[in-house]
Structure formats: C-alpha cells, structure tokens
Design a binder for this molecule. Structure first.
Ligand SMILES: C[S@@+](CC[C@H](N)C(=O)[O-])C[C@H]1O[C@@H](n2cnc3c(N)ncnc32)[C@H](O)[C@@H]1O
Length: 231
C-alpha cells in the first residue's frame, strides 16, 4: 500500500492532522487502553504526531518512534526519554539499526501499518523485537458506502487478510471494530476524506465522483473498519 504519494500527503497535512484525525485519536486511545501491563520501553511504528505517546499515563524509560514524514516527526512530543527517528519503517537500514535497540517491552503501531508494502513481512521482522504487540490497522470496509457507490475497490487491506497474517504472530487476539463519524453535510465529509490521513495520497475519487457524492451520498456519516491485534 506504501507509495511516495502518501508520504507526500502526510508531509502536506501534518499540521492539520491533529485537528482532523478524530477516529485515529480514538483508535490510538483504545489501543493503549487494551494493554494489560505498563511497558517501560516502547517502539511505536508510524508514530506520527505522537497519539500513542500522548495516551501513555505511566512513567517510561524509553520511547522510540519511527515515521517517514519529517513534518509529522517534528510535531511529536519531545523529551530526553523519547527518540523519534525519521525513516521508512520498511527500509532494511532502519530495520538493522532498530534491532540493536531491541528488545522492547512493547511494539505498538496505530493507524499506520495499512500503508506497509508488505504487512506480513513487517509482522515477521518486528515481532522478533518484542514479546508484546499492540497494532491497530485500518481495513477495507473503511469508507464502505463510498466504494459501493463509486464501484471502486479500496486500497486498504481486508480484515480477513490481516486476520490471516496475524496468525504468524502466534497467540494474538484479533478484533474488528466499526466506527461511524457524523458530518453536517457532504462537503465537510469529502473534505475530511482528503485531509484526514486515511486516503494518504491515494486519489480515492475523481472530480465526477466527488460531484456525484456531493449531491447523492446517502448517509450523514462515514464508516471506518479497524483491526486490533493484541499479543
Ligand atoms: C494515520 S497516521 C497515524 C499516526 C499515529 N500513529 C496516530 O495514531 O495518530 C500514519 C502515519 O504512518 C506514517 N507512515 C506510513 N507509512 C510509513 C512507512 N513506510 N514508514 C514510516 N512511517 C510511515 C505516516 O507518515 C503517518 O505519520
């Protein structure tokens, strides 16, 4: 799913991300709430502007975050126990370097792994760095009605494919959750899709479709589907 365009998009919308990412914020909060322990060392893959870090209420020794968008990295909270690395989490160089900092008490990633070129490979490589894992991944029933109306296929992975891949993590729990977000009108809904960090530079809709949806989208909400994986 990774493309240069989504990297460019995250660069462009970094400063709006915190005010637009309502669902991602909810998801990050719920992901942290699902932890049944208080890890002292954490690796956050696709850390963005720090939604995971902001939800950690206990004292930690070390927090390492990786994100390929320098604008997102710059907005991450800073402190002496936080290390933010601006890199592609799938690059071999980064993977080799991060192995030197392992093991971590927790490997976490919220709303980012759907962008991986190869989610299975990310699971395989990163699961060696920690016994405990918490992932949330957007899946392809996100914007379901829009895809049905426009007859397009989502670029997000299906829940079933993520479910199958999660089997390689051994003894993890996987759960599907649907979220709905209400909008006052179709224009604000379409604007949200553009700036919300879910389409991430993949041109979801063309001009004709946007015009059609503006007048004919049948709901007052957008749907989001998220896979939670906890080990
Ligand atoms: C929707 S944001 C989520 C950010 C944060 N985890 C949160 O919950 O708000 C996705 C983030 O993943 C990052 N990202 C996507 N693909 C990446 C990759 N291959 N390497 C590093 N970062 C990546 C983007 O730059 C972006 O900051």
């Amino acid at each position: 799913m990774y493309s240069k365009s989504h990297q460019v998009e995250f660069e462009k919308y970094a400063k709006n991300y915190d005010s637009n990412a309502f669902i991602q914020k909810k998801v990050a909060k719920e992901l942290v709430q699902k932890l049944n322990f208080k890890p002292k060392t954490i690796l956050d893959i696709g850390c963005g502007t720090g939604e995971i870090y902001k939800n950690i209420s206990w004292k930690i020794d070390r927090f390492v975050g990786v994100d390929c968008s320098s604008s997102m990295c710059k907005l991450h909270p800073q402190s002496k126990n936080i290390e933010i690395i601006c890199s592609d989490f799938e690059s071999l160089e980064f993977v080799e370097n991060i192995k030197k900092l392992a093991p971590f008490d927790l490997l976490i990633s919220s709303s980012s792994l759907q962008w991986a070129k190869d989610i299975g490979e990310v699971f395989k490589i990163y699961s060696k760095l920690s016994k405990k894992i918490a992932f949330s991944i957007f899946t392809n029933k996100t914007f379901k009605a829009i895809y049905e109306i426009t007859n397009r296929e989502s670029f997000l992975p299906s829940f079933d494919s993520v479910y199958l891949l999660s089997k390689t993590l051994n003894n993890c729990i996987i759960e599907r959750k649907i979220y709905k977000m209400d909008f006052v009108d179709n224009l604000s809904m379409l604007r949200y899709i553009k700036e919300g960090g879910i389409s991430g530079g993949n041109r979801v809709l063309d001009y004709k479709e946007i015009k059609y949806l503006l007048n004919n989208y049948p709901h007052s909400y957008l749907e989001f589907e998220v896979a939670f994986i906890i080990k």
